[in-house]
Design a binder for this molecule. Structure first.
Ligand SMILES: [Zn+2]
Length: 206
């Protein structure tokens, strides 16, 4: 095909101008990589639209004949993914702010907190299951100071924090890896109550 007789990448008719694949008003440049042969009708109909906002059939035809159009579609998709990621981060920021406000409210008023909230707010830096286990097993676990709605026991924030800072090694946590292999992770801190080793299994009869 002679260069002097190009066809419109969008509709296949005779090209009469160059289209900005990404419109200048949407950040497109005048570089050759952003220009493609087009007819006047497609050029003006597409106007300030991104490829993903225009007639899909014409865009698909252009993708098949013009690598620059395909490259632009990939860029639009990458932009969309970046925006999704940014929105996700904004939501995470909002959640962190909500936690901060909840913690501030607790610290400035009753200073009493349930264990679920204490874990959620980071007052105790371990998981809820480990805290509940500690409440049962650790004689140094703080006493509740009140009972909240629904019968939940409430603890003093300062006492929970002091306990968490000095928690003994009885808090060693057993977790299960994929494949159900139990792994015991020792907690940081001095062993105040050594854990009794399990007795060896008796030999099986027979
Ligand atoms: Zn056209």
């Amino acid at each position: 095909m002679p260069a002097s007789n190009p066809t419109c990448v969008y509709c296949g008719r005779r090209a009469t101008c160059k289209d900005h694949i990404r419109p200048r008003s949407r950040g497109g440049t005048d570089e050759d990589s952003n220009l493609t042969p087009s007819c006047d009708e497609c050029n003006s109909a597409k106007g300030a639209k991104l490829l993903t906002e225009w007639i899909p059939g014409r865009v698909l035809r252009a993708v098949a004949v013009e690598p620059k159009v395909y490259a632009e579609l990939l860029r639009i998709r990458a932009d969309d993914e970046r925006q999704l990621a940014a929105r996700h981060l904004a939501r995470a920021d909002a959640a962190a702010l909500a936690r901060e406000q909840a913690l501030g409210e607790i610290l400035s008023t009753r200073r009493a907190v349930g264990l679920t909230q204490a874990v959620f707010l980071g007052i105790v830096p371990i998981g809820l299951a480990a805290v509940r286990k500690a409440r049962q097993r650790d004689p140094e676990f703080p006493e509740p100071i009140a009972t909240g709605l629904g019968g939940e026991l409430l603890y003093h924030v300062d006492e929970l924090r002091a306990w968490a800072a000095n928690r003994p090694s009885v808090l060693a946590q057993t977790t299960r890896l994929p494949g159900n292999t139990p792994v015991t992770v020792p907690a940081i801190g001095a062993a105040r109550r050594p854990v009794e080793p399990l007795p060896p299994e008796p030999p099986r009869a027979g």
